[in-house]
Structure formats: C-alpha cells, structure tokens
Design a protein around this ligand. Structure first.
Ligand code: IMP
Length: 430
C-alpha cells in the first residue's frame, strides 16, 4: 500500500480539495505540508459546501487524523475562525483529530499588512498575492526571526523573541510610513490566541513516524500548484513555498521515502489567479466562457481567474519536476459545449522552438504557444462515472492529453460532487 501525495500541477485551483476528500475516505491521516490560508479548497458533500483554507481536507470526514505540518505557515486567528465556521456546519474538531506541528511558524497580522503594503507600492509590478502575509511569514522563517507555535507556550521568553522580531519589522514599517507595532499589544494578542491553538500543538514528525510504523495510510495534501513553486514556478510570480511532492517529506518531518505515489491534479484547461506569464491565456469570449462555465473565481479572495487552453507542454514539465506518477484530470465537463478545443504542445520565441517553458520572466512573457486543434463533443460529461459514459470525442481529448503529458491518467473527476469520479488506477495501490 502506498502513501500518497496530492499536488497541483498547474497554477493552483485544479480541484485538489475534492480529490483529497475522495482519497481521504481510505486514508487514516491527512497532512498539509506547505502554504497557509492562501489556499482555498472547496468540498461539496451531499450538496453541502465546505470551504477550507488551512485545515486539511480530511477534517470534514469523521475518524481521520488531520495534521498541519511544520512546512505550513499558520495564522492562528484565521485558523480559529475556520474551525469555528466548520463547527457551525457540524464538523467535529478537537485535539483528538487535529494536530499542528509545534515547530510551525506563525503568520501575524503585520505579515498581512506588509504583504499588502508591498503590493500597493509595487503598482503594476505587483505579484497579485492573496494578501494573507504568506511571503513575509516565510521570509521571517528563513530570516530566523519567526515566532513559532511552540513559542506561545513560553510567555516568559516570548517578549525577547518579539523584541527581536519587531526590531526588523518596525524598521520596515517606518520605511513604508506606517506606525510601529507595540510590543505589549502584540504580546497580549498572542497570549490571548495561545489558549485556543496550543492544545493542538504536538511533535508531528513523531506522530507521523509512529503512524507509518503502525501501517496507517497517510495522504499528503498539497496546496497551490507546481507553477507557483518558489523554485520551479514562474518566478517572481509565485508563492513563497515549495509545493512539489518533495516538500511533503520536508514539510512534515519525514524522510524522502515518505511518499510512494504522487498524484498530480490537472484541470482540463488552464487558469491562473494573480499576475505573471500565462502562455495559453484567452482574453476573448472563449476565455470568458471558460471562466463562467468553470465558476473560476478565487475561493480565498473572490478574484476572477484568468482562463486559457490546456497547456500540455507546461503540465508535462510540472509532472516531471514534481515526480508525478499519475494524474487526476478535473473539470472536463466545463468543456462540454465548445465546438473545438485547442491544446498547446510547445512554444516559440524569436523563431526558436521549445518543448518546455524556459526559465526567466523575460522569455516566459514573450513566449508564443503552438496549438493543435481537437473537436469538441457537444454532449454532457457531467457526473460520468465510467469511460462508457463519455462521448467518443471526450475520450479522444483525454487520451491525447495523456499522450502529450507522458503520464498515465489515474482518475477523471466529472463534477464537484464527491463520488463523480472515473477511476482508472487506485493511487493507494501504488
Ligand atoms: P501568495 O501565496 O499569497 O503570496 O500569492 C502568490 C501567488 O500565488 C499569487 O499569484 C496568488 O494568486 C497565487 N496563489 C496563492 N495561493 C493560491 C491558491 O491556493 N490557488 C491559486 N493561486 C494561489
């Protein structure tokens, strides 16, 4: 039996939440290992909609252990608000089913403020972040001044840590012309929130090690997508964490053999939210239609997502970088009413052909996609649960994608509903 990591293979919003939820039916532990509440995962279960940002998608199912690993940056106020929201929907959350890495770094309110100040100051050069303070929090982690969850358990030494942290941040704030943060006010806010979050803190690395030894099935839930990876994405228009499957190990305190099967989630077309290069973007009526049919609005910020044709060259690259073993293709039904579909097979820049997206924002911005055209199917694929339910042209489209990305399709998801899935190969079987 394999432990599985689920990662997004495009620019996020591929529909990971639904697949993680579907797979978590047979996992005993579900782990988030990077990102923070910039993620937005929507689950539709028996018509009820659950929106998750920071909590692992497994939390909605009873009897699972949900884990937030050390690679995640945690806004404790956002976490408490999310837990309250879900509890109102009847979801049970307690230290018996949620453990948070005690060595995870915190996102504080000043991180969100700094994120927004920078974006405003950057004007047209902005990244288009979610404004959640993700980048500034990861900077503090790498800068060795972050406040960690476990620090809240030691109110006597917390003031020194805050002092060091604010020396850096207040200098930055003065540069932006905003008032200093008061140390005592921050200390009080942290002491107040500590009571709500500390009961969940624990040695996640140990818990996961023991779970593995006991033969429990672990599912690692990625956020964002490979093209937003801080190393491998369209830098600087990326998030500030590694999102590839290797991070599942680092971000949860396990060794490199923690994952035996990597499932890449791939949308049947392409979307991106925020700024940055997007070779197959459609700024015309076709793009508009994709957005409308796909309800392409950000779960976290409500922003309209940019839409475009499927980019096989980009996905092939992502799958290789992330070490993906098989993919789940999502939102095929969004393409149901198109007469013809285009698929990008490679690029051209200044007369030169590429079968991958070369690094560097200068080349990425000017790259031209090379397309092949396929016929649409003009019939509904929504809710299909077997190949036999798919129109012939839809099967052709899916098979062509599989060929171009050079990776087997393990699953096709045909609606937001939990069980609308065509299963080709069970990821847990490895
Ligand atoms: P940040 O992660 O808030 O710093 O945002 C950096 C970039 O990643 C922006 O382009 C965001 O729109 C994008 N981003 C962050 N989280 C997600 C997500 O969950 N889905 C899609 N895009 C995301």
């Amino acid at each position: 039996m394999a432990d599985v990591a689920v990662i997004g293979a495009q620019w996020g919003d591929e529909g990971k939440g639904k697949l993680v939820d579907w797979l978590s039916a047979r996992a005993e532990v579900v782990v988030r290992f990077q990102g923070g509440h910039n993620a937005g995962h929507t689950l539709v279960i028996d018509g009820a909609v659950y929106k998750l940002s920071l909590l692992p998608s497994g939390i909605v199912r009873g009897g699972k252990m949900s884990v937030i690993g050390n690679g995640v940056v945690i806004d404790p106020w956002a976490l408490v608000a999310e837990m309250d929201r879900l509890r109102e929907q009847g979801v049970k959350i307690s230290p018996a089913n949620l453990v948070i890495a005690e060595n995870a770094c915190l996102i504080l309110p000043l991180h969100g403020e700094l994120d927004k100040l920078r974006e405003e100051a950057a004007g047209k050069g902005r990244i288009g972040t979610t404004g959640r303070g993700i980048g500034p929090a990861y900077e503090d982690k790498a800068g060795r001044r972050a406040i960690k969850l476990i620090d809240l358990a030691y109110p006597e030494t917390l003031p020194q840590k805050i002092e060091r942290f604010l020396t850096h941040h207040n200098a930055l704030r003065r540069g932006f012309g905003v008032p200093d943060i008061d140390k005592n006010a921050l200390m009080k806010a942290l002491n107040d929130i500590a009571l709500a979050v500390l009961p969940f803190a624990g040695p996640v690395w140990k818990l996961l090690h023991e779970a593995r030894r006991a033969g429990k099935r672990i599912l690692f839930e990625g956020a964002q997508g490979v093209l937003l990876d801080v190393d491998h994405g369209t830098y600087p228009y990326v998030t500030s964490s590694n999102v590839v499957a290797g991070q599942a190990a680092t971000g949860s305190g396990l060794g490199p053999r923690a994952v035996q099967y990597v499932l890449g989630i791939v949308k049947a077309y392409t979307t991106r939210v925020g700024e940055g290069p997007f070779p197959t973007e459609l700024e015309d009526a076709v793009g508009q239609k994709l957005g409308e049919r796909g309800h392409e609005f950000g779960t976290v910020t409500g922003r309209k997502r940019r839409c475009g044709w499927f980019d096989a060259a980009l996905v092939r690259q992502s799958l290789r970088i992330a070490g993906v073993d098989g993919i789940a293709l999502t939102k095929l039904d969004v393409l149901d009413t198109f007469d013809e579909l285009k698929v990008c097979t490679g690029y051209e820049i200044e007369g030169q052909s590429y079968d991958y997206l070369p690094a560097g924002i200068d080349r990425q911005t000017h790259i031209k996609p090379v397309y092949e055209t396929m016929e649409g199917w003009g019939d509904s694929t929504e809710g299909a649960r077997s190949w036999a339910d798919l129109p012939a042209s839809a099967v052709k489209y899916v098979r062509r994608i599989e060929e171009l990305i050079e990776c087997p399709i393990a699953l096709v998801s045909t609606s937001p509903e939990r069980d609308d899935v065509i299963l080709m190969r069970d990821p847990f079987e490895g």
